[in-house]
Design a protein around this ligand. Sequence first.
Ligand SMILES: [Zn+2]
Ligand SMILES: [Zn+2]
Length: 481
Amino acid sequence: MNNHNIKISNFSNAETVTYPIIKLTGSVQFDANIFCGISKDKRVILHQNDQNTSTSSDLVDNNFKFLVQLSNGKNLITVQYCCESVSVVLEYFPVVSENSVIPLYVICEDHDGCFQAPAWESNTVESACRRISLASKLLQCVTAEKLYEHGLGRKTFGLDGDCRVFRSSTSTQQARNMGQMELWESVGREIMKSSFASECKKYLAFLSCTKYREDKYDEDIIKTHDDLISITDGYVALGGGGLALFGTACLYTWPENFDDIIAKFEDTTPVNRNQFLDDSCYRGTLGGCFSTTLGSVLHELFHTFDLGHTEDGIMGRGFDNIYKVFTLSNKSGDNPSAFPVKIEFKEEFEADSLVERLKTENKKKEFTVIRKFEDVDDTVLSRSCAVILCYHKWFNQTPKQSSLLSFDPSNKLIKSTSGIRVVEVRSIDRELVLNSWVFDGRILKFSFQLPRIEVADENCLIFVEDTVGCILKEKFKTDRF
Ligand SMILES: [Zn+2]
Ligand SMILES: [Zn+2]
């Protein structure tokens, strides 16, 4: 009988990933009556390969959580608590895929590339690129974990190298005078005229010249988030098509180095609104800014992968708490036990059949369901969103495959020669997902009759994705009851 039963819950030995930063979670079960006398503090230690350095995690409700930066090839990871340890070997193989994302730092013609930051933070072009590269890898990790939570495997988008500088021919003043949509169009047009232009790439771009106009800040007048945005020139957070574009007013709250990630999320230093933009969803802290802005980057990047909006979760406004994916959730004082039922089961399982499912599903599935209770955060992805990503061309290495995908508006019949995977009815204005149907089983669905649906507006969008990632999106009139 072990004194402390250490369990890694989300990875098993010899698993392989295609992205460099992973999240490792697990638990330590111990009998309070057994006292081995070695450890007094409840900290779990992680050793990687034969490095002399180690990292530690608090044990919160018997759970631990680590971010691990993997080296190419095999990585021996040992988790130790008190007198015991467990090890797994995880392999990291970066996959060079044709369809990938290029992180870019956009510098205007006459701008020095230094982003707005306090004196003690580095704000050079190199620093910006390091922060953007690191964040891009964190987003690969979140995406993979979210798909894994849906039982779809650890799929994620590929990065075409680290962040690179893009010299724009727009002047700083021109850029600062533009609205969000104008900036998105302007930067997008310039990229597609440059040497970076490719139909196989999506661009995750950040504009260096964003400027929070501290001289315009007056705490009696400027109160809401919209007010703060209105005094930030070159503010942008917009994604779609091939480009997700962001301002850099909060880039200084992002970590530059892997070792600083958790500390940056947990930084409770108040934002000085007399000098910097507070984009923290009213939390007012530097950690809140990092979490909200990183979450919004993921939201916008997912728009470039054709996701619409959902009522809640990442594709709603539920991206502010992305820190919970990486840190132990109850550090924030929230009650994590309030979330599981609401989030995890409303789409996947009928409430009354859940118990039956738990009994009859095979071992792996059962394990998946149990695991969800152990590590739950509120950065959720709806089932149809997750399945869209899973079959998306940017999430698969398969060579260009094609299929015939069609929708007949007269009889509302959808057909695909490779098999339909996701059907969504979205509103036209916000692309809010009103209804969705998912076919992710092994039996292919070659045609689907869209049922009559109850919607407020008869003008809707139909969105369909099939097995090879072909996408159909068009306006149609619903047959209402
Ligand atoms: Zn012990
Ligand atoms: Zn959106």
